[in-house]
Ligand binder design. Sequence first.
Ligand SMILES: [Zn+2]
Length: 136
Amino acid sequence: MTHKFVGKIPDILEDKVLYISMEYETVIHKCACGCGNEIVTPLSPADWSLTFNGETISLKPSIGNWSLDCKSHYWITNNKVKWSYKWSTDEIEKVKVSDLEAKKEHFEKINTKPKELENKGEDKKSLFEKIKTWFK
Ligand SMILES: [Zn+2]
């Protein structure tokens, strides 16, 4: 990656460029995976800190784009992108898939059970209680 010190953040960002605005105390760049999302990393003691050694920059802590589809997670150290361990991405996918499957199962139960339970008021109620808990 390269970096540019800017006053204002440009409207159109180039790939593989870190835009550093001291005025806005922010670093912004396009996601290193190439998905095109703009990643904003505010500079503050509670957010990210920037190290500039005169030639290259480093950002700490790592950049984890959990809210994006790509789920990218990487460090930027001396203008180089260092990707996080692959397993963490897989782990997220696993969680997502099992969560979806669990939800699907629940919906199937909801759609099929009530008829069977029509004559069993109490079971119906307890199932309803369970469903309420699942979706909390
Ligand atoms: Zn991405």
